[in-house]
Design a protein around this ligand. Structure first.
Ligand SMILES: Nc1ncnc2c1ncn2[C@@H]1O[C@H](COP(=O)(O)OP(=O)(O)OP(=O)(O)O)[C@@H](O)[C@H]1O
Ligand SMILES: [Mg+2]
Length: 403
């Protein structure tokens, strides 16, 4: 009830599916009463109707009553969960056995309720659902794309991209992907000691629909749980990947991951431009040399011409290569405040790179600490803190990828 005493308008629909041809009263009427205070309308349907209804109504929560043939219900749960990993599925069954409970949860049910439905049990499950939703925002809240671009070669862009992604993933425990857009020289896989089977090239060669499931097949999972969309293994495959492929890949990643961190190469062509356009933040890495500062200025001007708002750009200054320009002069010349300084730390940078692992927990004043600070600033800038997404990916990658 709202403060003026009228019923609050319904904010969502709970789709409630019963087996095709089910007879008997079912639990829909008691359900309608029980969910009223959760501002949910109940729409009853059959198994056969459910997938299309979920799609059309963009609903976040479904209930699936299991009938005599539990297998059919389990198969439906599996199918829905694979297509829509963020969908909440209540499985409802009169069989209290542990083995069925396990099967339902493994199939992708977020909760299992018993039949006949008890309003207390249902309320508990709905409270859990609404708490998760209020913490994470709507299930399909888009993730954040962060692109790292080094204004000159060899400044540590790949080191930054790899370690920023690893840090975001480890500390926030959110689904995070890395994308290697240095298409010809892609070395992100080597930084993580991975030997990918597929790459961005698969998107260019795709003949059918490129959707979340297709994307999942192009990713490689690091043992830490970080996902990599690698550059092609054959250099000549790089040419086939253009603006369109990158745009599609980033859109899909955004729907599956809380963060997608993109490493870029030195040339600004279609793929890099697509990343710039799709990025929520562009981390522009420069050093304090005169050519570095000049190159950074030229990039800012290019972004202006491309109508990419300057507020989206964060200036990162590395001290890996010494330079005579002061931080203040660099900021003034480039037209951006310095967002983060990365210290020279050869031991951490080359140690991690050659070990094929992210930089270990930071030494005070070291590169690991600076990247951790940057990750905190990036994460603190808003967005859902702990959105759980990408269950599909975790399920597809049941085995860890080993080099
Ligand atoms: N903060 C740092 N201090 C010292 N050395 C660093 C630092 N960051 C990176 N390096 C080293 O600099 C070299 C280049 O790093 P990296 O490959 O990350 O740069 P890049 O900008 O991606 O280069 P490229 O333009 O070739 O892609 C590596 O040897 C790396 O270990
Ligand atoms: Mg690089």
């Amino acid at each position: 009830m709202t403060t003026n005493g009228t019923m609050a308008p319904e904010e969502g629909t709970l789709l409630w599916a019963r087996p095709d041809g089910a007879t008997g009263p079912g639990s829909v009427e008691p359900l309608r009463v029980a969910v009223r205070e959760f501002k949910l309308a109940v729409h009853a349907c059959t198994y056969g109707e459910l997938p299309e209804l979920v799609r059309v109504r963009r609903c976040e929560l479904v209930g699936i009553e299991l009938g005599e043939d539990a297998e059919a219900g389990v198969a439906l749960i599996k199918r829905l969960h694979e297509r829509l990993p963020a969908l909440n599925i209540f499985a409802v069954s009169d069989d209290p056995s542990v083995s069925l409970l396990r099967t339902l949860l493994e199939a992708g049910a977020s909760d299992v309720l018993s039949l006949p439905l008890s309003s207390q049990e249902l309320h508990k499950a709905l409270i859990k659902f609404s708490q998760v939703r209020s913490k994470t925002g709507p299930a399909n809240a888009p993730g954040t794309v962060l692109t790292v671009y080094g204004v000159r070669g060899g400044l540590g862009a790949t080191t930054l991209a790899v370690n920023l992604a690893a840090r975001l993933h480890a500390t926030l425990e959110v689904e995070t992907a890395l994308v290697d857009l240095d298409l010809q020289r892609g070395d992100v896989a080597a930084f993580l000691n991975l030997t990918p089977v597929n790459s961005l090239a698969a998107l260019a060669n795709a003949t059918g629909t490129v959707d979340e499931i297709f994307l999942a097949g192009t990713l490689t999972r690091h043992p830490s749980g970080l996902f990599l969309l690698p550059a092609p293994s054959e250099i000549e495959e790089a040419d086939a990947i253009g603006h369109n492929e990158v745009e599609v890949a980033l859109r899909l990643l955004r729907s599956q991951f809380r963060y997608a961190v993109v490493d870029t190469g030195r040339t600004i062509s279609g793929p890099a431009l697509a990343a710039f356009e799709q990025s929520d933040r562009l981390l522009m890495l420069t050093d304090l040399s005169v050519p570095g500062v000049r190159a950074a200025r030229r990039i800012v001007e290019l972004l202006d011409r491309l109508s990419i708002p300057r507020e989206r750009v964060d200036l990162i200054v590395t001290q890996a290569i010494p330079g005579p320009v002061s931080l203040q002069d660099a900021a003034r010349a480039i037209g951006k405040e310095v967002f983060q300084v990365l210290p020279r730390d050869e031991q951490a940078a080359s140690g991690a790179m050659n070990a094929g692992a992210p930089i270990a927990a930071g030494r005070e004043g070291g590169l690991g600490t600076a990247i951790a600070e940057l990750a905190d600033k990036v994460a603190g800038r808003g967005g859902a803190p702990k959105a759980k997404r990408g269950h599909l990916l975790q399920r597809i990658f049941t085995r860890e990828t080993r080099p």
